[in-house]
Design a protein around this ligand. Structure first.
Ligand code: 13P
Ligand code: SF4
Length: 350
């Protein structure tokens, strides 16, 4: 068992030894002990963009499984993408599988014919991205969802948005689609939930998935902040529920949240509705501002947190020996179609 000091030392020395053969991307939700070693930190879009440009032999991805899959799809066959802990999944991505998606597609196309374009949040499995790519659709991230939904509406009258109903709903509302023109597809009941008068009106079909971290931010939390700190601004991630995003002052991706706080004047006050590690980092880095978590009980993403110092040390140790332990590989057929969906996004949002 290595001490923390020994692990830090080991990581530094492996990074030096491997040089350009190693690249470590890190998502903003990663722990400080991990993110300090990231060669590039960013939101999901930035990490997809930097991974696509990488030449390194080993990409040790500090994030969750779907991000590592994306990196594998966007890099060459001789590059290895490693996930330091295989249990670092994403509960939202697991809410849509390819079989359920095929089922939904059959039902929906029977109802609406050839009027639907599928879009998927990058927080989805490679198989879902492949499905979407095969049907002319694209991936989106929280940074470019608005642009990509506009892009989709230029081609088809309707869209199917997987797997996060909240990002889908918040984005569509932002673009002026009324709630009455949205329906929810429940993949478990295999049913379309719609309360409007005529199905013909439906423009957006939302997959019934969500992020279990961001669902913890509630309108109750907002009421409390408004009552206790009337001069506090509230900024949330668009994976939060519709009511929460509506009542907040600002909403955007992790990159947007960070930039907003960085640009805010000293002395300003902020309640942030996103993952704990990022909120804590912002609190520590901006001591001239008053920052709290919108939910007073900090909300960690348990799977993001599975990547820690011991797992990173171990993964780097293995890679430095030329082993491909914990390699994430997307089968060629899936990768080919998924790449189509990713490319449409990366080209559309350069
Ligand atoms: P972004 O970094 O794109 O805002 O994504 C948030 C997230 O939940 C990643 O899992
Ligand atoms: Fe998935 Fe939510 Fe964790 Fe992001 S924060 S990885 S969407 S569970």
């Amino acid at each position: 068992q290595m001490s923390n000091e020994e692990m830090l030392e080991r990581i530094r020395s492996i990074k030096e030894q491997m040089g350009d053969d190693l690249f470590i991307p890190g998502h903003h939700y990663q722990k400080d002990e991990v993110i300090q070693f990231a060669d590039s930190s960013g939101d999901s879009l930035q990490l997809a963009q930097v991974s696509a440009k990488q030449q390194a032999k080993y990409i040790v991805f500090c994030g969750v499984h779907f991000m590592a899959e994306t990196a594998d799809i966007l890099t060459n066959d001789d590059q290895k993408v490693i996930l330091p802990d295989m249990r670092a999944g994403c509960s939202m991505a697991d809410m849509a599988d390819d079989k359920q998606t095929e089922e939904a597609w059959q039902e929906l196309t029977a109802l609406f014919g050839d009027t639907i374009l599928p879009l998927t949040y990058v927080n989805s499995t490679a198989a879902i991205k492949a499905f979407v790519g095969q049907h002319g659709g694209a991936t989106v991230t929280s940074s470019n969802a608005k642009q990509m939904v506009q892009w989709a509406f230029k081609q088809k009258k309707r869209l199917l948005f997987l797997p996060d109903q909240h990002l889908g709903r918040n984005t569509a509302v932002d673009l002026g689609v009324p709630l009455e023109h949205m329906a929810v597809w429940d993949p478990i009941a295999r049913k379309l939930e719609f309360e409007g008068d005529s199905e013909e009106q439906i423009r957006v079909i939302l997959w019934k998935g969500h992020c279990s971290v961001h669902e913890n931010f509630t309108t109750k939390n907002i009421e409390q902040v408004r009552k206790n700190h009337p001069d506090m601004h509230i900024i949330v991630h668009p994976e939060c529920k519709y009511e929460v995003v509506q009542q907040a002052d600002l909403a955007g991706s992790t990159k947007y949240i960070i930039e907003t706080i960085e640009q805010a004047p000293a002395g300003s006050k902020w309640a942030i509705g996103t993952e704990m590690n990022l909120v804590n980092r912002l609190i520590n880095n901006h001591q001239d501002k008053k920052i709290i978590s919108l939910n007073p009980f900090m909300c960690p993403c348990l799977t993001m947190n599975r990547i820690d110092l011991p797992h990173l040390t171990w993964a780097l140790e293995e890679a430095s020996k030329g082993k491909n332990t914990n390699q994430i590989t997307v089968p060629n057929e899936i990768a080919k179609n998924a790449k189509q969906a990713l490319k449409r996004m990366l080209q559309g949002t350069r």
